[in-house]
Write a protein that binds this ligand. Structure first.
Ligand SMILES: Nc1ncnc2c1ncn2[C@@H]1O[C@H](COP(=O)(O)OP(=O)(O)O)[C@@H](O)[C@H]1O
Ligand SMILES: [Mg+2]
Length: 424
């Protein structure tokens, strides 16, 4: 908004109806108000159909209450705060809020001053929108809709590709559990897509009847829109849905190269977190899925074949994604009795990649979860596993850094492979 427009026409004073095309994704919104009447406007707006997919909560206490709450809890996708403070006071309060905000959280401010200097300073601090009170329901709905439909701003969803360095290493199990933790503990809406069309286990792991879900989406990408998406997803919880795999082997599913991209585009416009569970295959579409993801999580067991495969995957992904995060490494099934293993320190050293999680071999915990169709967090807690899964979920969701492990003092094991390659 230009300064002139701002001065002549106080912010958002005309409530225009939201165009049909503008939909508000499945975001979490938390409002903190000083004035109960202002709070009531957002409260009533949540009953509007356009906000029906969001999870919205409204409370009093203004910015200080938000700062207190988010000092120890993850922030939602959107925070709406109302403040009666003057220019300096409000900027100071917003500064404190910024310190506790996770990356990716947007902030909309409702204030009582029509002050251009304040507005400019807030935009500089990263505030997405400033609304001058009094405001009405359509103004706030319009503001939220335009925040999430701006073609210049990246869509709400982040896309994660989970892949195993070998088959059976636990990549799917980890992908499903991370989707669960992100939706259940970090309060972000998530969709998990099981891309293992003939053998996928997401339906079993979440105790859901298999549907055509992902296969139908991939084979009819031109029909894919918000409504179709809704029909193809099976709902696991209020915040977690599944694109299940049909898991049938008597039918071949073929899809166009662009189909997966279409699915990713639709989902990332609607849902904050999209977990793609990719089977251990190296096909053009699997490669493309890894290249399109915002982050790739490679799960490996601590042996030599896993190390070689991880090294190859990391090399390809790093070369093709120079401006992205390097892949995340998860070491799984670590500490299996009697199995000779490469230590996490050596494994990490050889790859020059710190593991984002090191998950112990726990056959009883994982076996019971799989047989019950439950996630690890739903069962009697295994602290060793849970702690690693929660840490990984926070890293993946961009909520904190990976736990640090000691640096390797050993010569990279992979020299052996490079020598072999050189000899060929
Ligand atoms: N840390 C672990 N300890 C013991 N068993 C595990 C562990 N992680 C996964 N599993 C088990 O390993 C098997 C293969 O897991 P899955 O996720 O299907 O592997 P992938 O997707 O890599 O092929 C499953 O039975 C799963 O319960
Ligand atoms: Mg799998």
């Amino acid at each position: 908004m230009s300064e002139a427009a701002y001065q002549e026409e106080p912010v958002m004073n005309v409530a225009e109806p939201v165009s049909q095309a503008l939909s508000i994704p499945r975001i979490s919104i938390h409002g903190f108000f000083e004035d109960p009447a202002c709070a009531q406007v957002l409260e009533s707006a949540t009953t509007d159909r356009r906000l029906s997919k969001t999870h919205t909560s409204v409370q009093l206490g203004g910015i200080p209450a938000a700062v207190e709450q988010f000092a120890s809890a993850p922030t939602p996708n959107l925070i709406i705060v109302e403040s009666r403070a003057g220019r300096e006071g409000m900027l100071a309060e917003l500064g404190r809020l910024a310190e506790v905000c996770d990356a990716g959280t947007k902030v909309v401010v409702i204030g009582h001053l029509n002050d251009v200097v304040l507005y400019r300073e807030m935009v500089r601090q990263g505030v997405s929108e400033y609304i001058v009170a009094p405001y009405n329901q359509m103004q706030i709905i319009n503001s939220i809709a335009s925040l999430y439909n701006d073609p210049d701003v990246s869509p709400v969803g982040r896309v994660f590709a989970f892949v195993g360095a070998k088959g059976g290493v636990g990549s799917s199990t980890i992908a499903h559990n991370i989707g669960w933790v992100i939706s259940d503990s970090l309060n972000e809406d998530a969709v998990i897509a099981d891309l293992d069309i003939p053998f996928g286990t997401a339906g079993l792991n979440f105790n859901q009847d298999p549907t055509q879900g992902i296969a139908e989406a991939l084979t009819s990408p031109d029909r894919l829109d918000e409504v179709f998406l809704e029909r193809l997803l099976s709902k696991c919880t209020d915040r977690l849905s599944l694109f299940a795999a049909p898991a049938v082997i008597d039918r071949d599913f073929e899809w166009e190269d662009s189909a997966l991209e279409a699915v990713i585009d639709v989902v990332r416009r609607q849902v904050p977190c999209f977990v793609m569970d990719i089977p251990h295959v190296w096909t053009p579409w699997a490669r493309q899925a890894m290249l399109m993801a915002d982050d790739v999580v490679i799960t490996a067991e601590p042996d030599l074949a896993n190390l070689r495969n991880t090294k190859n995957l990391v090399d390809v992904l790093k070369a093709a994604r120079k401006n992205d995060n390097p892949p995340r490494l998860v070491l799984n099934k670590v500490g299996m009795t009697k199995r000779p293993e490469i230590s996490p320190v050596d494994f990490a050293g050889a790859l020059q990649l710190e593991p984002s999680a090191i998950i112990p071999y726990e056959p009883v915990v994982f076996g019971t979860a799989a047989n019950n169709g439950q996630m690890i967090d739903e069962m009697e807690k295994s602290d060793r596993v849970s702690e690693q899964l929660h840490g990984l979920a926070r890293v993946v969701a961009g909520r904190s850094e990976a736990p640090v492990i000691r640096k390797s003092m050993f010569a990279p094991l992979l020299e052996k492979f490079s020598r072999k390659k050189g000899a060929n």
